[in-house]
Design a protein around this ligand. Structure first.
Ligand code: NAP
Length: 439
C-alpha cells in the first residue's frame, strides 16, 4: 500500500483497480473527496447524504462507499502548513484510488500560485473535461424548448491557447518570438503585440475523440460531433477535425458512419449520384441526410459559430459534442445557461482511467456556511461518478430524486427566485428532499 504523510485510507475499504481496459470496482471502494472552499462546507455534506442514501437504497447494504478525506485549498493550508494548497498526499491519493470527487476551490491570489483546478488537471493528465447538459422539468429556462437539450460535452483539457504559452507585450521574450516569426517565417506580426501559442497535437486530439466515441458506444448515444473553427485555423482546429475522423475510422470502423457517408447513402437512395452540388442537395432534404445509420454512431463536424446557433435551434440533433479547449469552455457554459444555469451543471475531469468529479461553479464565498446554496451541481457530479463506477442503479435514483424534487417545486434560493409558487429550502433541506423523493 502507498504511504501517505498525513492521511490514512479507511481500513474497511478497498482500492479500485485497473484490469485490462476497465476499472474493477470492489463493493466498498475507497473514494477520496476534497470538501472544497467557501460553499464547499455546505454542498459537500449535502451531496454525501444524497449519494450514500442512493447507494444504500439501490444495493440494500451490499455496496457502500468508504469516503477518504483529502485536502486542497484553505483546508490543506490549515492541515499541512502555509503555502500547501495542494499537498503531494492529495495528488497521490487521487492517483492511487483512481476515482475522486471535489467541491470548488479558491484560486489563491498573488504569490505566484497557479489555479488548483488547472494544476490538478495537468499533473494527473486529466485530458477530458466532461460536462453533461440536460434539462430537469420545471427548471426555469430562457428558451422555449429546453427539453430538447441532452448533450454531453467532451472538452480537451490540456492544450490550445490554455496551455499557458504566452508572452506579455513589451517583454524581451515577446520581442524575440516576434522577431523570429517575422524574420524566419516571413510573417508580419506587429512589434507591439503580446503573443500566445496554440498547440494542438495528434495525441491530445485523438485521446479525446477516442474517449468521446467510447462514451457514445457505452451510453447508446447516436452521434458524436466534432466542433471546431477549422475554416480559419486550418492546422490546429482543422487538424483536430481531420484527426478525429481519422481515429473514428481507424479504431471504430464497424461502429461508426460519417455524416458524409450517410449523405452518400441518401443520395444513392434518391438516385442523385454522382454528387454535383452537395449543399443544394442538403437544402432540398431539409439539411438532414435520410439514410439510416442503424445502430452505427454518426460522426459529424460543425464549425464552432454554427454550433452555437444549432444548440439553440436544433439542440435535439446533438448528443456527444467533442471539441478543443477554448470552444469547449464557451459551449459548456452556453449550453448550461440554456437549461437553467451553472448551479445545476455537473462536470468531471477524466484521464485514461483517473476520474475527478467536481462542481462546475466556484466557491461563492458570500454564501459560505449559510446552508443556503444549491448542491445540485455537486450531487449531479456524484451521479456521473456513480455511473463511472458502473453503479447506474444508484445514479438513476439520484437523478429521479432531483427530478421529482424540482417538479414538486421544492428548491433552494437560486431557483426559488425564478419560480412562481415554489417552496424555498436550505441546502441540507434540499438534500433531504431529494432522498425522500428517490422512491
Ligand atoms: P462562483 O463562486 O461560481 O459564484 C458566482 C455566483 O454564482 C454566486 O454569487 C451565485 O449567484 C451563483 N452560484 C454559484 N454556486 C452556486 C450554488 N451552488 N447555488 C446557487 N448559486 C450559486 O464564481 P466567482 O464568485 O466568480 O468565484 C469565486 C471563487 O471560486 C474564485 O476564487 C474562483 O477562482 C473560484 N472558482 C472555482 C472553480 C472550481 O473550483 N471549479 C470554478 C469557478 C470559480 P448569486 O449571487 O446570483 O446568488
Amino acid at each position: 500500500m502507498v504511504n501517505f504523510e498525513q492521511i490514512t485510507p479507511p481500513e474497511d475499504g478497498q482500492p479500485i483497480t485497473i484490469e485490462g481496459d476497465e476499472l474493477k470496482v470492489p463493493d466498498r471502494p475507497i473514494i477520496p473527496f476534497i470538501r472544497g472552499d467557501g460553499i464547499g462546507s455546505d454542498i459537500w455534506p449535502a451531496a454525501k447524504v444524497v449519494l450514500d442514501a442512493a447507494v444504500q437504497k439501490a444495493y440494500g447494504g451490499r455496496r457502500s462507499i468508504a469516503w477518504m478525506k483529502i485536502y486542497a485549498g484553505d483546508e490543506a493550508v490549515k492541515e499541512y502548513g502555509p503555502g500547501q494548497f495542494l499537498p503531494a498526499d492529495t495528488l497521490k491519493a487521487i492517483e492511487t484510488f483512481i476515482v475522486a470527487i471535489k467541491g470548488p476551490l479558491t484560486t489563491p491570489v498573488g504569490g505566484g500560485y497557479r489555479s488548483l483546478n488547472v494544476t490538478l488537471r495537468q499533473v494527473l493528465n486529466l485530458y477530458a473535461c466532461v460536462r453533461p447538459v440536460r434539462w430537469f422539468k420545471g427548471v426555469p429556462s430562457p428558451v422555449v424548448h429546453p427539453e430538447r437539450m441532452n448533450i454531453i460535452i467532451f472538452r480537451e483539457n490540456t492544450e490550445d491557447v490554455y496551455a499557458g504559452i504566452e508572452w506579455q507585450q513589451g517583454t524581451a521574450e515577446a520581442s524575440e518570438v516576434i522577431e523570429f516569426i517575422n524574420q524566419k517565417m516571413g510573417k508580419n506580426i506587429r512589434t507591439d503585440s503580446g503573443v500566445g501559442i496554440k498547440p494542438i497535437s495528434i495525441t491530445g486530439s485523438k485521446q479525446l475523440v477516442r474517449k468521446a466515441i467510447k462514451h457514445a458506444i457505452a451510453e447508446g448515444r447516436k452521434s458524436v460531433t466534432l466542433m471546431h473553427k477549422g475554416n480559419i485555423m486550418k492546422f490546429t482546429e482543422g487538424a483536430f477535425k481531420d484527426w478525429g475522423y481519422e481515429l473514428a475510422l481507424e479504431e471504430f470502423r464497424d461502429r461508426v458512419i460519417t455524416e458524409a457517408e450517410l449523405w452518400d447513402e441518401t443520395r444513392a437512395e434518391d438516385g442523385v449520384t454522382p454528387i454535383t452540388k452537395p449543399g443544394a442537395f442538403a437544402e432540398l432534404r431539409g439539411g438532414r441526410p435520410t439514410g439510416d445509420p442503424g445502430d452505427r454512431i454518426v460522426i459529424k463536424d460543425r464549425i464552432a459559430d454554427s454550433m452555437f446557433q444549432q444548440i439553440l435551434t436544433r439542440a435535439d440533433e446533438y448528443e456527444v459534442v467533442c471539441t478543443l479547449n477554448l470552444n469547449g469552455d464557451y459551449i459548456s457554459d452556453a449550453a448550461a445557461a440554456q437549461v437553467g444555469g451553472l448551479g445545476m451543471a455537473p462536470g468531471a475531469n477524466i484521464g485514461d482511467f483517473v476520474g475527478l468529479f467536481e462542481a462546475t461553479h466556484g466557491t461563492a464565498p458570500k454564501y459560505a456556511g449559510q446552508d443556503k446554496v444549491n448542491p445540485g451541481s455537486l450531487v449531479l457530479s456524484g451521479v456521473m461518478m456513480l455511473n463511472y463506477l458502473g453503479w447506474r442503479e444508484a445514479g438513476k435514483l439520484v437523478e429521479d430524486g432531483i427530478g421529482r424534487t424540482i417538479e414538486a417545486k421544492t428548491v433552494t434560493y437560486d431557483l426559488h427566485r425564478l419560480m412562481e409558487g415554489a417552496t424555498k429550502v436550505s441546502c441540507s433541506g434540499y438534500a433531504e428532499a431529494i432522498v425522500k423523493n428517490m422512491d
